[in-house]
Structure formats: structure tokens, C-alpha cells
Design a binder for this molecule. Structure first.
Ligand code: F6R
Length: 535
């Protein structure tokens, strides 16, 4: 089997359309086997474009479609007849008499199917059959079963197929219960076959097809014994999905992430407390194995708190002491596992799939309880020996406030949300008549970012002065970071970034450089998505 791996779906469509047009150029009266579904739709679009540009002539081409619902009138909007007319036949110069489709309203399905087979052989057989397949490995309506039928036949839709197809019908009672479909023998008699797969959800079947075992519970695996099959798939279908693990002190979030950075499934689990390090690895591995029942996973990435050296992690609150967490998870799951600092993972998500996706060099600053973040250098996390990019702990005030890290005057002591709230609380207490003080009192002598920025928006002079002081510190750090890294963008994330322009406007005025300062796009899932991107 020849395999062509494309970057994305658009490329698959172009590649397959080119194969079809090559086939037609070589043999203008080619017999094509057609499929329906989202995957071939893009190919038809490309073919229609080619025809419009005078690069395709289908006047001699004959087509046979794989399948049709039963019972189903050809002019029903849900029919595959309607699909083909809409996507291809009405847009190219194919002759109506050369189009062959199974009649979903036929009186005698057996006769209809036998005639279909006869017509195919009368036309000299199918020259090029193109196919999509379902997540259970069906092709046409040849669904998984203990035995599979060879020729065109009437088949009852399986529950899984019904679930998929009912989604297309407003009223499920109108949905057909059966279908007419070419059999696997019909398909295998085609001279050439092109099978397409797009998206991580198809990965499992792609792997199965490539494994060379023929299984009746994955009908598409039969294609392996055909002498001329080309699989055209995108990277997501070929490589599969990745698991990202955002390991926190109390809870871990584990998610399956596809090539478009979408979380397909997410689970959470408590992080074992006070247990040995191996208990954490076991918990991660168990959750991953659960997810691996439904998804074929290419890699696992773990974002962890703590210090990483030579891929081993030390984190006091997790009982990790130079522990090979990635190695332990790999051993338990059998899947390649990577590890990085959690703040760096969140930065990577922002850089690859968020506000920094259009640049290669950025600094992501997470303003929260502390200051975290990461440096993205040439599209990758800058890690130094393992935990580089610890942006909260460079001193910006000589002899300043003592920091938990042992230094004094660290950036996070002045630029974190905690620092801003300390400054604001101080100001509210010192200015009891201010609007800020009023909000502080109304909230049981407690301030939060929301209340503080409310006061800023309502033009409270005390809140404004506090913000001015805070942005002095924040901008000092950012100016320093820009001097050192010369990034194309600075991305602000963390809870306080929700303030948007109320924070950005005064901050930007104090930035010495012409570097865009923007708000992050990801919220709670940044760590998980970033971890999934580790490689
Ligand atoms: C339909 C057909 C099916 C589809 C399959 C994938 O004629 O042959 O095998 O190709 O259900 O459909 P999509 O492309 O929508 O995922």
C-alpha cells in the first residue's frame, strides 16, 4: 500500500483530485467509483474547480457510487443522489446517462444489486475507486461483522451507523434503517483504489490498515491485499492524537488533543497526596490507558511543577526527588512520554496555538499567585538545562521584598496578581473614603482583580494610582525581558489578563519598545494543550 501524508485536509483534497484528473487524462472514458461523506466532499470541490478552469473533462467518464440509503427517494435531501448532485454532478460536464447510483426506492433490492454488479462489469469494471472510511473501519455500508458480504447487497444499518446517520435527520423516525451498498468484493475488484482519511479520529483505523492484519471487525483492513491501493491522509490521521497531562498539586487534568489543538476528551483525577512518586505515575498512566481505549495515541506529554534536570523532576509537594516521571509513565503505557515544566507548557500552548501562533519568538508572562511563563525561541520552549524561563524570579528591586526562592526583590513579588492585591488593599486601607475602599469593605475587607479593575473603570483615583505603581514594576520587568530576548510579541496570561485593555493601556505606555503586548487566548486548558505538544 502506498501512503501519502499531507499536511492538512485541503492538501488531501488537492492530491486526490489530481489523481482523478490524471486517471481521466490517461483514459477519458474511465469508470470511477464514487463515495460520499465529508472526506470526499473536498475532492469534489477541487474537481469542480478544475472543470471551471478548463482543466478537467468528464464528458466520457462513467461513475458508480458506493451506496445509498434504503428506502430513500433520489430527490430526498438526505439521499446520496442529492449529495452527489450538489457536490459534483451539477458542477461538471458528466452526462446523466453515465451516472450510476443504487436506487433507494427500488422494489426489489436483490434485483437492483445484481443489476448494479452487471452494469459495473459491462462498463469494464471500476478503474479508480475512491473511498473514505468510518471510525469503526466501515467502507461503504460494509460495517464490522463476523462475516462480510462480497457483492452489492442490502444491509441493515448497525446501531453505530444509525447513531451517526440519525444526526443528519431532524426527525429520527424519518431516517432509513437499511442501505444498499457495494460489497467488499465489488470494491476489491476495482483496478485502483484511493482511500482518504482526515483527522485524528481516523488514526486508529489508519494504523489497523497499515498493520496488515485483515479483520472482519475492521472491514477497511481488507484493502491490504489489493495490489494497487493508495492511502492519502493528513498528519493527524497518520500520527494520531496526543495526550496532554497538566499535573497539579491536588488535581491532574488529562486530555486527548488533536492536530488542531482541540481537546477531544478531558478527564480529571485527584493527584495522590503524600504517596510515593510512583503512585502519581500510576494514576497518570491509568487515566491515559483509559483514554487509549478510545483513541490511538502517538505520544504523552506531562507538564509538572518543579525543577527538571535531564528529564527528571524534583518537586517537594509531589514527593518527586529527581524522579523519572516520564520514564515511569512510558513503562506503564507503552507510549513515548515527554515532560516539561508546567508554566513552560502553558507558554507553549499560547505560542503554538494561541496569541503567539503567528510569530516564532515570544515571551509569555503568566500573572497569577506568582509570575510564571516561558520563553518561546524559534517556536520551541527555551528550557536551559530543564527549567529555564522561570520569569518570576529575576530581581527587579535591589534589596527588595524577600522571596520564597531565597532571593530578594523578585519580579513576582511586584508584578503578580498577589502583589497587585497587596498594593490595592494597602491603598484602600489608607484611603477609607475612596471607591476602592468602598468595594473592599463591601466584600468583607477583601479585594480581588475583578473589584479592583471595576474601581479602575469607574475612575477611582486611588485605584488608578495603584495601577500606575503596579504597571511601573510590571513594565520594568517586561522592558528588561524585551532587552534580553527581543521577542516579536509579549503575551500576558493568568487571571489578571481578563482585565484586558484596562491593564494593557497603561502598561503599553511604559514599554520602551515597539513590541506588541497582547492578552493570551487560552485560559484553563493552556497547560494541558501545551503538554500535549511536547516532543
Ligand atoms: C459513503 C461511504 C462511507 C464514508 C465514511 C466516512 O459513501 O462510503 O464509507 O466514506 O462513512 O465518512 P466521512 O468522510 O464523512 O468521515
Amino acid at each position: 500500500m502506498k501512503v501519502i501524508i499531507c499536511d492538512n485536509y485541503e492538501q488531501i483534497a488537492k492530491e486526490v483530485a489530481k489523481m482523478v484528473s490524471d486517471q481521466i487524462n490517461e483514459k477519458p472514458d474511465s469508470v470511477l467509483g464514487m463515495a460520499t461523506g465529508t472526506t470526499p466532499a473536498g475532492v469534489y470541490k477541487e474537481l469542480a474547480k478544475m472543470y471551471e478552469n478548463g482543466k478537467l473533462n468528464m464528458s466520457e467518464v462513467k461513475t458508480f457510487n458506493l451506496d445509498e440509503y434504503y428506502p430513500m427517494a433520489a430527490d430526498d435531501e438526505h439521499s446520496y443522489h442529492s449529495f452527489m448532485n450538489k457536490h459534483l454532478f451539477s458542477k461538471v460536464n458528466i452526462r446523466p446517462e453515465n451516472i450510476h447510483m443504487l436506487d433507494g426506492k427500488c422494489k426489489n433490492p436483490k434485483v437492483e444489486c445484481d443489476n448494479y454488479e452487471k452494469k459495473i462489469s459491462e462498463c469494464g469494471g471500476i478503474d479508480l475507486q475512491f473511498l473514505g472510511f468510518g471510525q469503526n473501519g466501515h467502507i461503504g455500508f460494509n460495517n464490522p461483522d463476523v462475516s462480510l458480504e462480497g457483492d452489492t447487497h442490502l444491509t441493515k444499518l448497525t446501531q453505530k451507523a444509525l447513531d451517526v446517520h440519525y444526526a443528519h435527520f431532524e426527525n429520527p423516525e424519518d431516517a432509513p434503517t437499511h442501505a444498499l451498498t457495494m460489497g467488499l468484493g465489488t470494491i476489491m475488484r476495482s483496478k485502483k483504489i484511493v482511500i482518504m482519511a482526515s483527522g485524528a479520529l481516523k488514526h486508529r483505523i489508519v494504523r489497523r490498515i497499515l498493520k496488515r492484519n485483515i479483520r472482519t471487525d475492521v472491514p477497511a483492513t481488507i484493502l491490504h491485499i489489493h495490489p494497487d491501493v493508495t492511502l492519502v491522509c493528513d498528519r493527524a490521521a497518520y500520527e494520531g492524537v496526543r495526550i496532554g497531562v497538566d499535573l497539579g498539586g491536588t488535581e491532574m487534568k488529562i486530555g486527548v488533543v488533536d492536530d488542531n489543538f482541540q481537546i477531544l476528551k478531558k478527564v480529571t483525577a485527584p493527584t495522590p497526596q503524600g504517596a510515593d512518586a510512583d503512585a502519581v505515575a500510576t494514576q497518570i498512566a491509568e487515566k491515559c490507558l483509559e483514554l487509549m481505549n478510545d483513541y490511538n495515541v502517538g505520544s504523552i506529554g506531562i507538564g509538572t511543577p518543579g525543577l527538571i534536570r535531564n528529564s527528571k523532576v524534583s518537586a517537594v509537594n509531589l514527593n518527586f526527588d529527581n524522579y523519572d516521571l516520564a520514564g515511569a509513565v512510558k513503562e506503564k503505557t507503552g507510549v513515548t512520554t515527554y515532560i516539561a515544566n508546567d508554566a513552560n507548557c502553558a507558554a507553549l500552548a499560547e505560542a503554538a496555538a494561541g496569541a503567539g501562533r503567528d510569530v516564532k519568538n515570544s515571551v509569555v508572562l503568566t500573572l497569577g499567585t506568582g509570575v510564571g511563563g516561558g520563553i518561546i525561541f524559534d517556536g520551541k520552549i527555551y528550557e536551559g538545562k530543564g527549567s529555564g524561563g522561570e520569569l518570576g524570579h529575576f530581581p527587579i528591586v535591589y534589596g527588595g521584598k524577600k522571596c520564597g526562592c531565597g532571593l530578594e526583590g523578585c519580579f513576582e513579588k511586584y508584578a503578580s496578581t498577589t502583589a497587585l492585591m497587596e498594593m490595592a488593599t494597602d491603598a484602600a486601607i489608607k484611603n477609607p473614603d475612596s471607591l476602592l475602599a468602598q468595594k473592599y469593605a463591601e466584600n468583607q475587607n477583601k479585594l480581588n482583580g475583578l473589584l479592583f479593575f471595576e474601581a479602575v473603570r469607574e475612575n477611582c483615583p486611588v485605584a488608578n494610582t495603584t495601577l500606575d505603581e503596579y504597571t511601573d514594576y510590571l513594565s520594568a520587568g517586561i522592558n528588561g525581558l524585551i532587552y534580553i530576548f527581543d521577542p516579536e510579541k509579549v503575551i500576558i496570561s493568568g487571571g489578571i489578563s481578563g482585565a484586558g485593555d484596562a491593564l494593557l493601556s497603561p502598561l503599553k505606555e511604559k514599554i520602551k519598545f515597539d513590541v506588541p503586548i497582547v492578552i493570551a487566548e487560552h485560559k484553563n486548558n493552556a497547560g494541558l494543550i501545551g503538554a500535549s505538544l511536547l516532543h
